[in-house]
Design a protein around this ligand. Structure first.
Ligand code: AMP
Ligand code: ZN
Length: 117
């Protein structure tokens, strides 16, 4: 069922505490933790505790939780004292998505090229 934990999902395992992560922020509906392979001095992932395969599916099914993810992305950026930062939702393998549990990348602490690659 949409939103239910998936046995084979890495990020559901992080939510359940079955896989360790460096958690920097947690709310009733979200968890934020440091990316294991950082692409910038600050690289934090913000995920909903519920399982949806990507950001648009999350927003369609549970818009309030999608808003929580965005709110927490901003709060992470503030905690990390980032004046400028980027929030990225890779969607689909062609765009680099490798974990099919919705997540926001919060990237900052270095110059960020635009347009991105
Ligand atoms: P994406 O490629 O957009 O699906 O993002 C998945 C991200 O999860 C990548 O940036 C990975 O480095 C990151 N990642 C994979 N495994 C872990 C883990 N165990 N803890 C933290 N981040 C992870
Ligand atoms: Zn999941």
């Amino acid at each position: 069922m949409a939103g239910e934990p998936q046995a084979d999902c890495l990020f559901c395992k992080i939510v359940a505490g079955e896989v360790p992560a460096t958690v920097v922020r947690e709310s009733e509906t979200t968890v934020a933790f440091r990316d294991i392979n950082p692409q910038a001095p600050t690289h934090v992932l913000v995920i909903p505790k519920v399982h949806h395969p990507d950001a648009a599916s999350l927003a369609a099914a549970e818009p309030a939780i999608a808003a929580d993810v965005l709110r927490d992305a901003g709060e992470v950026a503030a905690d990390e004292k980032l004046d400028s930062y980027r929030i990225v939702f890779n969607t689909g393998s062609g765009a680099g998505q490798t974990v099919f549990h919705a997540h926001a990348h919060v990237l900052g602490g270095r110059g960020l090229q635009w347009p991105p690659g």
